[in-house]
Design a protein around this ligand. Structure first.
Ligand code: NAD
Length: 284
């Protein structure tokens, strides 16, 4: 598995398995196990997904099967902004460790930049310094807030997980992430509900046919070659396998350029700077 060295030296797999909306416990456990059997080593969950215990059960099943050792895995979870006050965040961290069945978590992110971000960040720093988290980061954070967070805290975020796909490539944001050495991880790398629209792009289909790959594989490969880590989600075994089978071909420079031109810079979900989005988020 291709990895990326984070700004604190920790190696993170460039491809992982997303679990958003996988709420049925049995289905969640089985898809995590299927993903690990298929070679995924990074699993992405969150307090808000309500599935940390099922993800933990999938991890336990994989460990019991002997396919992996704990240190082979890279588990990410995210704190929810309603629990960003210091004691709430400490309690949430303990809950996450318990539900996942782990004595340390590889990556913990602040899910959204709302509420008491500073208090929550300092709790993550506390757990990081105590060795209970290997790397800490943020999600859905615009560059302006990120620079502020970096300036006034001890530990620099290792990663920003933001909506990124063919139609929302985040080229402007990437400049800032690179400047501050914060890794870029794509959520919704297949566009969540917009997958079919992207799969139908003529250029995507043409490149896929050339390499004998599927449009989904081309889109994931495109992000990885752009130095963007990806965490596609599926509960179907064939797709889980398909989405990791992207390390035996390489897009040419002109193909990368063609795909780059399809950017619409239009996020569907990740718009934390827009008042209507923030207002809506306050109802969550
Ligand atoms: P995604 O882009 O991974 O798309 C998932 C959908 O694409 C699936 O439901 C399926 O319908 C389709 N799909 C998957 N593989 C396919 C294939 N090979 N062929 C055809 N269709 C395929 O969307 P996502 O689940 O929203 O994002 C991935 C992960 O990112 C999530 O599961 C979650 O872990 C994380 N995420 C984080 C945030 C955040 O705020 N930090 C927000 C959304 C998602």
């Amino acid at each position: 598995m291709l990895t990326k060295k984070l700004n604190n030296g920790v190696e993170m797999p460039m491809l992982g398995f997303g679990t958003y909306q996988v709420t049925d416990p049995e289905e969640c456990k089985n898809s995590v196990l299927t993903a690990i059997r298929a070679g995924y080593r990074l699993i992405d969950t969150a307090v808000a997904y309500g599935n940390e215990d099922a993800v933990g059960a999938g991890i336990k099943a994989a460990l019991d099967e002997g396919i992996v050792k704990r240190e082979d895995l890279f588990i990410t979870t995210k704190m929810w902004f309603r629990a960003y006050e210091t004691e709430d965040c400490r309690n949430a961290m303990e809950e996450s460790l318990r539900k996942l069945g782990l004595d340390y978590i590889d990556m913990v992110l602040l899910h959204w930049p709302f509420g008491n971000v500073y208090a929550a960040w300092r709790v993550l720093e506390e757990y990081y310094e105590a060795g209970k988290i290997r790397a800490i980061g943020v999600s859905n954070m615009e560059a302006d807030r990120l620079i502020d967070l970096i300036t006034f805290n001890k530990v620099k975020p290792a990663l920003n997980q933001i909506e990124t796909h063919l139609y929302c490539q985040r080229l402007a944001e990437k400049v800032w992430l690179q400047k501050y050495d914060v890794a870029h991880q794509a959520y919704a790398p297949l566009g969540q509900g917009r997958a079919n629209e992207m799969f139908s792009e003529a250029a995507v289909k043409e490149i896929a046919a050339k390499y004998g790959k599927t449009p989904a594989q081309v889109l994931l490969r495109f992000l990885i070659q752009s130095d963007v880590a990806v965490i596609p989600k599926s509960v179907h075994e064939e797709r889980i396998k398909e989405n990791i089978d992207i390390f035996d071909f390489e897009l040419a420079a002109d193909e990368m350029d063609t795909l780059k031109k399809l950017d619409k810079a239009s996020p569907m979900i990740g718009r934390p700077e827009e008042p209507d989005k923030v207002e809506f988020a306050m109802t969550w």
